[in-house]
Write a protein that binds this ligand. Structure first.
Ligand code: FMN
Length: 459
């Protein structure tokens, strides 16, 4: 394999992210997610393992579709309690030099002006180590928490997201010219007002005058990740995303989606090499095959099936506590549509509702799982990259930090021995680490670049 692998650790600022119930395993430390040291220790571990980034998911409401109430989610700690994803980044940045941070934020609820400033602040504090995972959200309760009775329709959420991106591109790329900051102590001029521009955005969803309050950070626009591969999601990804997080376990479908997004990006004049594809992988590693298998069985005994059902029900929009048909009928389409592409009757490999419920009793049911020796796990990763066209993985955890410790100590050296994973970090921003030196900013072929013209056309 000639490609170099990229690795993110998949995280969330909460007790129960994906491995529902595993917080009660004796070795698990997730109950300390409210402590700074949980995050600084994680960051140091990941930098030791030369990880690209910690990728932090987020939600803005509770998972209350299953059983039509909050009790199952709260009882099983399914992403509740959950704290803010961005505030743990500065302490992690303070104890590392190269590790990067992907923060998830939905375009449906928070205003882009405030969000753009928070990201610029993070990009300044980390010296260009920030990415944004752009999502549109899928929880009805999130809509209710932000003043709506029901969720905005699926495709309209993406229309809002497109305009949101236009606003933040104007703020990040167009508001401050590159030479606007003078730092001229002699003449007591910090910035040149003629080079700091209002953006005067008036759109269907947002009106923003500007200018951006933050001076330009190293990357200006953070590295843009996206998750969601519905037909509308793919159009959005092809236009904006530099990193795409593809979910699920159906590798034939992933391969199709990757080819589709790369083709659409190329049609829009983007270089398909400027898009990197990731999927979720849960590694369970042992010195021998038998030891790895024993670990899996032990972990499974702590896993809560009901937690998996709660998670899936809100993701898909189907209440698995009461759904009576053999196959999903497509009515869950306002939630995560790409989940429906995998599970409905029209899926490439359709599964019955009964089969789906059974699969949710297993560890790692939200992504791929690799159980075995370090060599076997590395083999599987290499094969997936070659067969599916992936560029890397979001490593999903079962016990924290045990899963990542095993991976760093056992699998990383094997990947390095094979020459497919860095032994040392490259200097530079996250975008440069992903796309090579000199790529601090988005390329001219990216739609954000057109908003640099703002500085020429306005004042
Ligand atoms: C792999 C994957 C990870 C996702 N992570 C999140 C997340 O952390 N927070 C969130 O609000 N939505 C998340 N989403 C859903 C996105 O909000 C997405 O924009 C929305 O549900 C539409 O997805 P779709 O294009 O597949 O229909 C994720 C979706 C996928 C497929």
């Amino acid at each position: 394999m000639s490609k170099q692998l990229h690795l993110n650790a998949f995280e969330m600022n909460c007790l129960g992210h994906l491995a529902h119930g595993l917080w009660s395993h004796p070795a698990d430390q997730r109950r300390h997610y409210t402590d700074l040291s949980f995050w600084t220790n994680l960051a140091k571990l990941l930098e030791r393992g030369k990880f690209d980034a910690v990728f932090i998911a987020d939600v803005l409401g509770i998972y209350d579709v299953y059983g039509e109430g909050k009790e199952p989610a709260v009882r099983n700690a399914v992403q509740i309690p959950a704290n803010d994803p961005s505030l743990v980044i500065p302490p992690m940045a303070a104890v590392t030099k190269h590790l990067n941070f992907v923060v998830t934020s939905a375009t449906t609820y928070e205003h882009p002006y405030a969000f753009a400033r928070r990201i610029s602040t993070l990009d300044h504090l980390t010296k260009g180590r920030i990415a944004w995972n752009i999502v549109t959200s899928y929880l009805p309760n999130a809509a209710q928490n932000f003043g709506l009775d029901t969720m905005i329709g699926h495709d309209e959420r993406y229309d809002i997201a497109d305009e949101y991106l236009e606003v933040v591109y104007k703020l990040w790329e167009g508001s401050w010219q590159e030479d606007a900051v003078l730092t001229d102590k002699k003449n007591r001029k910090y910035s040149d007002p003629s080079k700091v521009h209002s953006i005067r955005h008036k759109g269907n969803y947002f009106n923003v005058q500007g200018p951006h309050l933050s001076e330009p950070s190293l990357q200006r626009t953070p590295v843009l990740y996206q998750a969601g591969t519905s037909p509308r999601g793919k159009v959005f990804a092809a236009r904006h995303a530099e990193g795409i997080f593809i979910g699920g376990t159906d590798t034939a479908l992933m391969k199709k989606q990757i080819a589709d997004i790369r083709r659409q990006a190329e049609e829009q004049g983007r270089d398909p090499a400027q898009l990197k594809f990731f999927t979720g992988l849960t590694p369970i590693v042992g010195a021998t095959k038998e030891e790895a298998q024993r670990k899996l069985e032990e972990f499974t005994s702590y896993y809560l099936h009901e937690g998996g059902l709660v998670h899936f029900s809100s993701g898909s929009g189907y209440d698995l506590a009461s759904y009576a048909q053999d196959y999903f009928d497509g009515s869950g389409n306002n939630h995560v549509q790409s989940a429906m592409d995998r599970f409905s009757k029209n899926a490439l490999n359709p599964r019955t509702v009964k089969e789906i419920i059974a699969s949710l009793s297993k560890i790692g049911s939200m992504g791929l799982v690799a159980v075995g020796t370090p060599e076997e796990v590395a083999d599987r990763m290499e094969q997936l990259v070659e067969d599916v066209g992936l560029d890397g993985f979001n490593i999903m955890q079962v016990v924290s930090p045990g899963t990542l410790e095993d991976f760093v100590d056992l699998v990383v050296p094997e990947l390095q021995r094979r020459g497919i994973y860095r032994k040392e970090y490259q200097e530079g921003t996250l975008r440069e680490q992903l796309f090579g030196q000199g790529n601090r900013l988005l390329p001219a072929s990216h739609p954000a670049a057109s908003f640099r013209e703002l500085s020429v056309n306005s004042s």
